[in-house]
Write a protein that binds this ligand. Structure first.
Ligand code: R5P
Length: 297
């Protein structure tokens, strides 16, 4: 079949470690891909340059917002420039959306960074497309973002992965917030689900009890969460399910941040660690580019 001509009213611009996902998104939406040029001057200031003319086009910037601080500025520079040069619309595809866990002033004087970032980005972009944002104290992105927002979920893709790779699965959500993923994933699989309750003492100290006498021997235990950061949440559950006899344990996260060697620590506990490709990592086994592409179509 002759290759379809790429549509000319839109361009996908990606950079850094989101370029691979960006190329895949461009291919799936029949759009040209171009990499944003970003360089850093000796004094630390940034130089951002759009790689192609954007006049009259929809500009799709794709950048996953793990390690977000410099990226936020790059997006502001790129989006502003695109608008100045006549772009019709600027869409930000941020498969992982940062600062969402900082959704309240936990201690006096703290910045509620989730809201600050939402207000900032909303000033420069027209639409945000993201995957499984960490919505806990906010029911929707619209409560903090004033631009158009599209919230996607990897739940069906995770359910398909479990269906194809795990025998006799039981789905475990580490805390109340994971209920939405655990339920949707287990519902599709018609699998048993347990949602536990977590107490967090600090960013690296959590406590979770799996209060059950149930034997997990012979079961494929799938712990599902939106984010794996330090991995302590997963590690706590792994310890609990092992006490109940579990041997075949999967830790599945939508977004694998893996701070502080979390991946290696989880692997040392004899678990299989699987993530979606919202953040590039060797644990990525679930491809979300199709879901992102559908949203852009
Ligand atoms: C928080 O409630 C999230 O859903 C995750 O459970 C949490 O971010 C995981 O963090 P960590 O891997 O550092 O325990």
């Amino acid at each position: 079949m002759p290759k379809e001509k790429a549509r000319e009213d839109r361009v996908v611009i990606g950079w850094g470690d989101s370029a691979t996902l960006g190329k895949s998104l461009a291919r799936k939406t029949n759009t040209a891909f171009a990499p944003l040029s970003v360089s850093v001057f000796p004094d630390g200031e940034l130089l951002v340059r759009l790689p192609v003319p954007v006049e009259g086009k929809v500009v799709v910037l794709i950048q996953s917002l793990h390690a977000p601080n410099q990226k936020i500025l790059e997006i502001v520079f790129a989006a502003t420039t695109a608008k100045e040069l006549g772009a019709k619309k600027v869409v930000l595809v941020a498969p992982y959306l940062c600062y969402m866990r900082q959704d309240k002033r936990f201690h006096v004087g703290e910045a509620v960074a989730g809201t600050v970032v939402a207000r900032l980005l909303s000033r420069y972009i027209d639409q945000l497309v993201t995957m499984d944002p960490h919505l806990h104290r906010h029911a929707s992105l619209g409560e903090i973002y004033t631009c158009e927002t599209t919230r996607l979920t990897a739940a069906d893709a995770i359910a398909e992965f479990i269906h194809n790779n795990v025998k006799n699965p039981i789905v475990v959500g580490p805390d109340e917030e994971s209920l939405q993923w655990a339920k949707r994933v287990s519902g599709d699989l018609k699998a048993e689900v347990h949602v536990l309750s977590k107490t967090r003492y600090s960013s690296e100290k959590v406590n979770i009890d799996f209060d059950s006498e149930k034997s997990l021997e012979g079961r494929g235990v799938v712990i599902v969460d939106d984010i794996i950061s330090t991995g302590h949440t997963m590690m706590e559950v792994v310890k609990d399910v092992k006490k109940l006899g579990a041997k075949n344990i999967f830790c599945i996260g939508v977004h694998g941040i893996f701070a502080k060697h979390a991946y290696e620590k989880l692997r040392q506990l004899n678990t299989k660690v699987v993530t979606c490709n919202t953040i590039p990592h060797k644990s990525n086994r679930i491809d979300c580019s199709g879901i992102l592409a559908e949203a852009l179509k």
